[in-house]
Design a protein around this ligand. Structure first.
Ligand code: NOJ
Length: 534
């Protein structure tokens, strides 16, 4: 693998630090805990670890409300710990990617505290302020994806401030060049410490309409998620000027070396819009594809999303795929209803598509969403919307390392910050079981690493019966999944099975096409396939 291409050829693993490994017995995961698990990443075969925010935060939104961008949250450790993590990860050939939150700060960030001290404050214009309407009402009709208006009245100055998310997360004003300079310094601070790149929070939304115009109200013509929200977010997010900022950051990252990457949280649910965040190869290196994450688990739909993505991502760009993260229900529950067979088809697809796979911690052992009782809720959305199932705690519960009290995450007898799920499903037992999902994922990653076809070659969808999805990668590799409860045959596939979700079929020669049992998938060595459908 050439050094410049690690992020194209490799696998990225997302760690939610609060829930990964507690090392000091306070029930909260931390950086020394992540360091302790470096051997695990190496054993699994991942190339990089992306840590959800580790910077100082009052935790109104668990790290996504930053009070100091250049320091480590005390519960997670110190700058010395992050330096050690980078160093020890590097010794194992693993990169460290951090999360950066440029859309908003915490309301306890010194910039905002100063900004709200008065209209003439030095940092006033670093945030977005607006006068009330004549009747005292909100400056415009913008609604937060977290619920309610995006404006909170600052009693002292009589103006509203903007927050696309919680009131404790005031939005920065990206029209102000000083904000840009401040973030340049933050990027440099971390790049200088050897960080390989950033996952950029709300990468599509940081610039707001200069005139703060009302969003258009949703109509029957709009897709369901827009109708549910009630309006089209075209003025509070997705402004064209965001591309200037992304280009600027790309220049900054490239100024270091081509191995530093920008991975954007481009939450746009429209593949064509997502494709634009690659620019002409001069914006994001990778733009998350949420249309795929939120698609139903149906062969025809997933194939369509991938086909469209393949069309819109420019040649200079590179896709990135994920099936879970800290904001959406886990794949084991969302797509698979707890069915291990389904999970393996989902993971096989993730690792066999053209593009960088991002694996969410715990998905490799099939952790499901863990239901959290009202008294245990932590996520502000979960609290706000209870009993509606909108909270994000279920996908954020501690990693299940061992079948012991505390799950190997924290000391036995101690109450972790979120309750641990059923530890009968755990890393230790699955490592010891060659037939486990964990070993399946590890073998898939190893196969991918050994296969230039899977790592970097073209994607071509193959003709297949309803409920099957088959695609060729490069000259000689085919992946196929049967997303139905009925056996089916894909006549076009010839050759030999390299790995199957059932683990029993490796080496099998295909004399008469590929027959897949219910919810079965396979990757085959297949030099002679017929014409693609696209
Ligand atoms: C996206 C993050 O992934 C999510 O966890 C957070 O609540 C919002 N952005 C606001 O920062």
């Amino acid at each position: 693998m050439s050094a410049a291409a690690w992020w194209r050829d490799g696998v990225i693993y997302q760690v939610y630090p609060r829930s990964f490994q507690d090392s000091n017995g306070d029930g909260i995961g931390d950086l020394p805990g992540v360091i302790r698990r470096l051997d695990y990443f190496q054993w699994l075969g991942v190339d990089a670890v992306w840590l959800s925010p580790i910077t100082v935060s009052p935790d109104a939104d668990f790290g996504y409300d930053v009070a100091d961008y250049c320091n480590v949250q005390p519960a997670f450790g110190t700058l010395a710990d992050i330096d050690r993590l980078v160093r020890e990860a590097d010794q194992r050939g693993i990169k460290v990617v951090l999360d950066i939150v440029p859309n908003h700060t915490s309301d306890r960030h010194p910039w905002f505290i100063e900004a709200r001290s008065g209209r003439a404050a030095r940092h006033r214009d670093w945030y977005v302020w607006a006068d009330p309407k004549a009747d005292g009402g909100y400056p415009n009709n913008w609604l937060s994806p977290f619920g309610g208006p995006t404006w909170t009245l600052d009693e002292r100055s009589g103006q509203y401030y903007l927050h696309n998310f919680l009131p404790q997360q005031p939005d920065l004003n990206w029209w102000n060049p000083e904000v840009k300079d401040a973030f340049d310094a933050i990027y440099r601070f971390w790049f200088d410490r050897g960080i390989a790149g950033f996952r950029i929070d709300v990468a599509h939304g940081i610039v707001k309409d200069l005139h703060l115009r009302d969003n258009p109200v949703a109509t029957d013509e709009d897709p369901p998620h827009v109708r549910a929200h009630g309006q089209r977010n075209i003025y509070n997010m997705e402004r064209p000027e965001v591309h200037d900022v992304l280009r600027h950051w790309r220049t900054l990252a490239d100024g270091y070396d081509p191995r530093r990457i920008l991975l954007g949280e481009t939450y746009v649910l429209d593949v064509r819009t997502m494709g634009r965040f690659y620019g002409a190869g001069d914006e994001l290196h990778l733009a998350f594809n949420f249309t795929y994450v939120h698609a139903p688990f149906k062969a025809s739909v997933l194939a369509e999303v991938v086909a469209e993505s393949e069309l819109v991502i420019p040649d200079v760009g590179w896709p990135v795929w994920t099936v879970s993260n800290h904001d959406v229900s886990r794949v084991m529950s969302r797509w698979c209803q707890g069915d291990e067979r389904k999970l393996r088809t989902a993971l096989l697809s993730l690792l066999a598509l053209r593009g960088t796979p991002v694996l969410y911690y715990g998905d490799e052992i099939g952790m499901p969403d863990n239901l959290v009782r009202q008294e245990d809720l932590q996520d502000p959305l979960g609290k706000r919307h209870w009993p509606a199932p909108r909270g994000r705690d279920p996908e954020r519960t501690p990693m299940q390392w061992r079948n012991v009290n505390g799950g190997g995450f924290t000391n036995a007898g101690l109450k972790p910050w979120l309750p641990i799920g059923d530890t009968a499903r755990n890393v230790e037992d699955q490592q010891a079981d060659p037939g486990s999902t964990l070993n399946f994922v590890r073998d898939l990653i190893a196969l991918r690493r050994a296969s230039p076809d899977l790592q970097s070659s073209q994607y071509r969808q193959l003709k297949s019966p309803p409920n099957a999805w088959a695609w060729q990668r490069g000259a000689a590799t085919v992946a196929a999944v049967n997303l139905s409860g009925r056996r089916l045959r894909i006549p076009e596939v010839a050759g030999r099975i390299l790995i199957s979700t059932t683990r029993s079929r490796a080496g099998e020669r295909l004399a008469d096409g590929l027959t897949l049992g219910a919810w079965e998938g396979a990757i085959c060595f297949s030099a002679s396939t017929s014409a693609p459908v696209r």
